[in-house]
Design a protein around this ligand. Sequence first.
Ligand code: PLP
Length: 372
Amino acid sequence: MTSLEDLPLRSDLRGLTPYGAPQLHVPVTLNVNENTHTIPEPVALDIVSNLARALLTINRYPDREFSELRDRLAGYLGHGLTRENIWAANGSNEVLQHILQAFGGPGRSLLGFVPTYSMYSILAAGTGTRWIAADRDADFELTPATAADWVTKTQPDIVFLCSPNNPTGTPLSLETIEAVYAASSGIVVVDEAYAEFGARGTPSALSLLPGRERLLVSRTMSKAFAFAGARVGYLAADPAVTDALRLVRLPYHLSALTQAAANAALAHSAEMLAMVDDIRDQRDRLVTELTRLGYAPHRSGSNFVLFGGVENPRATFDALLADGVLIRDVGIPGHLRVSAGTEAETSAFLDALARLEPPVGPVPTNAIESIN
Ligand SMILES: *Cc1c(COP(=O)(O)O)cnc(C)c1O
């Protein structure tokens, strides 16, 4: 067998590692921010009948313009959006790839604020786009001034803003998005993969779209919609942007089965989103209980929590895994990330963590005296 080194691989891909969250079969899987609730059975049955209908014409290519799906996504998003504003693909990962294919590429750059979603730099590499890693403020926050300064300083062709940010959970203010847009002359993408989990009344970047033709807001059905396995992501933007993305997509990129499944699911969006309140409660419970256990959780507007105060993340990760609980080591020193699961899964995680050695926090002065 040949090795990677023996192949005439593109030189800019040599030495890179692929995206690789572990896919392990353990009782409690809280590592990739999935919605761990299954979809309601009546909705599943409706999806099955729509799939059956689609199969009757599967000998033909699917609707290349996925018109019904775009209508339904526009209806779901509201904000006066119509079919012309909507783009969709096999997961928002593919939507983001289309953006880089159309607006990035060799000689162009993509700015992101790290730590952020690991796929951004991987997609940049795959499309030959230069990745610029900018810093955040304390506690992973991102103020309008910090963000705009980086844009002014680096003049990127594209900016990816993750709102709320993965893996930190940090919500992003509309003021920061406006400041980045004003400082930039390129494409500004707001990745709202977790938007539905935000605190009630949290405004979406969709409200900023009118008059901002370089602003793109991406969403996914993978998280709140409990549809990760179906692979449906989408974005809203000026119709000229969706025209640009048509230049780079593969013809018929959304299969007839994907479209049929998503259309049926969107016809039941209220039922599909019924567990979001529950997940939010479990997220808030994680923050409270992690604090009680002596860890330092960060504020989160998503369905996961990043927590600090972990003396040895690898050891804690391994110990939890041995106890049947899979979470995520995102490579931030002293931190681990956990998704909010069902009440039972969240309890299993918290109980397993409580059984471990307590975290080593700052040692109180009187304790030091008593050691002496
Ligand atoms: C999970 C996630 C996505 C969604 O990816 P899909 O391809 O739609 O499953 C996008 N962006 C971020 C930041 C994510 O965490």
